[in-house]
Design a protein around this ligand. Structure first.
Ligand code: MOS
Length: 726
């Protein structure tokens, strides 16, 4: 295999524009839709006037309300349904949150649709609302009581409160993490088209099967008459992980008009119309002996949810596993506020949780006079402290040691503010670790070997830019000894495989074992040896056929076969991170340098070293890219990103990329990535674990710890902006 073969296999298609994203399509006769949105924080529509909108030339339809017969509920993803929230707008006069759609306009052109949507006039009866965790009308629920599911129960190991009280050294701090939005480059939207009785949807999604199942339920049609096609997604990050409320209305108006309809939701509307990372507050208590050996940890979290859904918190799943703490108590509460339902945003819980917990661990290192790396190594564990099971693999200590080496950590003077750059900036060096659960979903793989020597693979998986297509192509090419260019990978398309949700960093560990099983089967059908290079064209010809096809299914360790049916129906069907005989997590260590300029107090991040344990690295180029992306996200979380809310207005205030700053090139410098690259063969026969999210976990803490080292000040509220270090 040559070097080029290890690159991103769809790079050429992407840079030449040959990769067609969901809403790039312009079918003949296309009409354009736009949404008009509510301009109050909560309440009721008392009047809606569409006459001006209807008078805009080119407008074909303005709909303010669908009947509950034609537009049924899709249900909340986490309640057996398909949608990111249970609430479906455009059914009645209820306004649940600012920015909620109140009318759908369809016109011959995008300009006309936009103008008409602006011309929709509404009057409201406003009601008091809550958008802050501390708002008067926000209501707080204990999660394990409100949602009695075992995997959402509070983690309790030993008597952590008593052990904390008895500990010689105690850290007791509260951390605040703001709401954030994913802002993927590709906007949310879809193109819907009826071909006879078949509904064809092109939409960038991480969950084609849920769109299919949800639309079938909402429209009352057979899911076999629905095709969801999402071969490329221009960034999902969790915001495109389920059915969104625009799609069924689009299908209805497309049928009414007898035309395909496209909607691209403008950036500002996605801040109110799509999921986001909820606000969270973390109370962390660490008890330790004088040497920094952890004796107890208590991690209590309040996390924002919506009024209409309980979006569960899972912050303590990783904080209870970072170290060998003998006593741990987690407690997670949900705070109902008047917003769209929050959801999963890259490392949804793990990043905020690690910011809090790893900031506290750094503080413990200072309180006990220990080096922050040495303290972490001294608290390492090979056993999952929550279950008592071994970790299938855990090379976290190796990540720390290699990272410290690469970074040059030994040269660090621990005294805050003691290290200076030539320009007078204070230098801060910080470290933090991260973990992410090793989940897995059932998958179906259909492989076809052609007489032209090409192998086509259709499998569960969505390509959001993370590189799943490369990982699959490389596996097939390496196994059969054929060029990557002879492998055709088809993902994100309900016509080729079910398309279970691709999220939670389970994509690679889900697709590759299925493809591997498919290769084993394909070799049998081709009558070739179990291993070694294959002349595919010759083997197919010897079979006397044009193509040799196989179909296989795969399940995670210990997963019951019913999970395949659950997946086929469009529901989440994941297993892990606790399996019958082991627990699986991915691990990472980040080392960060910050420089705080003496006069402007501007905080820069000139270099980061990240060492990850994601099992075997399936696709080196895209894997390294995933880690760099995760680090950039962590820098954003630490220093830039915050979705601002105001009690007077509701909704989110900074709903543009001008006002919601994410890191740009000038903010991102050297990011040095290394992998442990040890296969986890208990987890699956390929030895791959997840990577996309663990990449981000701990970065914000490492930045905050570096800022402390530079300035002597601890920041427990993100983002840290220059006004905070003056
Ligand atoms: Mo991800 S936040 O699980 O798509």
């Amino acid at each position: 295999m040559n070097v080029a073969d290890t690159n991103r296999v769809d790079a050429y298609e992407k840079v030449t524009g040959a990769a067609i994203y969901g809403t790039d399509r312009v079918p003949p006769g296309l009409a354009y839709a736009m949404l008009a949105v509510a301009r109050i924080g909560k309440g009721r529509l008392t009047r809606i006037d569409t006459s001006a909108a209807e008078a805009v030339p080119g407008v074909r339809l303005v709909v303010t309300q669908f009947s509950s017969d034609e537009l049924r509920d899709a249900g909340f993803l986490l309640g057996g349904g398909f949608a990111f929230q249970s609430f479906q707008p455009l059914l009645d006069d209820h306004v649940a949150y600012r920015g909620q759609p109140i009318a759908l306009v369809v016109a011959d052109t995008l300009v006309a649709a936009t103008e008409a949507a602006e011309a929709v006039e509404a009057s409201y009866e406003a009601e008091p609302f809550a958008v802050h965790l501390d708002a008067e009308t926000a209501t707080t629920l204990v999660q394990e009581e409100a949602i009695p599911l075992p995997f959402l129960a509070d983690v309790k190991v030993g008597d952590a409160d008593a052990a904390f009280t008895a500990s010689p050294v105690r850290i007791d701090e509260t951390y605040e993490h703001p709401p954030q939005h994913q802002v993927p480059m590709e906007l949310i939207g879809g193109v819907v088209e009826w071909r006879g009785d078949t509904l064809v949807v092109h939409e960038g999604t991480q969950n084609a099967t849920a769109l299919r199942g949800g639309l079938a339920q909402q429209l009352g049609i057979d899911k076999d008459n629905i095709e969801i096609i999402s071969p490329y997604v221009g960034g999902g990050f969790g915001q495109k992980n389920s059915l969104q409320p625009h799609l069924a209305p689009l299908a209805i108006v497309a049928r009414r008009l007898g035309r395909p309809v496209k909607l691209v939701i403008p950036r500002t509307q996605t801040f109110h119309g799509a999921s986001f990372r909820p606000a969270s507050r973390h109370h962390v208590r660490l008890g330790a002996d004088g040497s920094g050996r952890l004796l107890a940890a208590v991690h209590e979290v309040d996390q924002q949810t919506s009024r209409h859904d309980l979006f569960p918190a899972m912050h303590t799943e990783i904080t209870s596993r970072l170290y060998g703490v003998p006593a741990f108590r987690g407690r997670q509460r949900l705070v109902r506020t008047d917003v769209q339902t929050p959801g999963y945003m890259r490392a949804p819980f793990e990043s905020p949780a690690a910011f809090a917990f790893e900031s506290a661990v750094d503080q413990l290192a200072y309180a006990t006079g220990q080096d922050p790396v040495a303290l972490r190594l001294a608290n390492d564990t090979a056993t999952d402290p929550v279950t008592g099971l071994p970790f299938s693999t855990r090379y976290l200590a190796e990540c720390l040691r290699r990272g410290a080496d690469r970074f040059g950590w030994a040269a660090r003077n621990p005294e805050p503010g003691s290290m200076r750059a030539e320009d007078g900036s204070t230098i801060g060096w910080g470290v933090a670790v991260g973990a992410y659960p090793g989940n897995v979903a059932p998958a179906v793989a259909n492989l076809s070997a052609g007489s032209d020597g090409k192998v086509t693979v259709g499998v569960d998986g969505h390509e959001m830019g993370q590189g799943i297509r490369s990982a699959i192509a490389l596996l097939v090419a390496q196994d059969l000894g054929i060029p990557v260019s002879d492998v055709v990978v088809r993902v994100g398309d309900t016509r080729v495989a079910p398309q279970h949700l691709t999220a939670g960093s389970w994509g690679t560990a889900t697709a590759l074992p299925a493809v591997h099983a498919g290769l084993v089967e394909l070799r049998k059908h081709l009558d070739v040896a179990d291993t070694g290079d294959v002349d595919v064209a010759a083997a197919v010809a010897a079979n006397g056929r044009q193509a040799v096809e196989v179909g296989v299914t795969s399940l995670g360790p210990g997963q019951p076969p019913e999970m395949l049916e659950q997946s086929r129906a469009g529901h989440v069907a994941i297993g892990g991170p606790v399996y019958p005989t082991f627990s699986t997590f991915s691990w990472i260590a980040h080392f960060v340098e910050v420089r705080v300029e003496p006069t402007t107090r501007r905080i820069r991040v000139p270099r980061v070293v990240s060492v990850a344990d994601c099992g075997r690295v399936a696709s080196p180029v895209t894997a390294a890219s995933q880690v760099r992306g995760g680090v950039v996200w962590g820098i954003g979380a630490a220093l830039r990103e915050e979705s601002l809310v105001d009690d007077r207005f509701g909704g989110f205030l900074n709903a543009t990329l001008e006002e919601y700053p994410v890191p740009v090139n000038a903010d991102v410098h050297k990011i040095d990535v290394e992998f442990i690259n040890e296969p986890d063969l208990q987890f699956n026969p390929i030895g791959v674990k997840g990577l996309g999210e663990v990449a981000m976990v701990g970065v914000a803490a490492a930045v905050a710890n570096a800022v402390h080292h530079a300035t002597g000040r601890r920041h427990r509220k993100l983002p840290i902006r220059l006004e905070h270090v003056i």
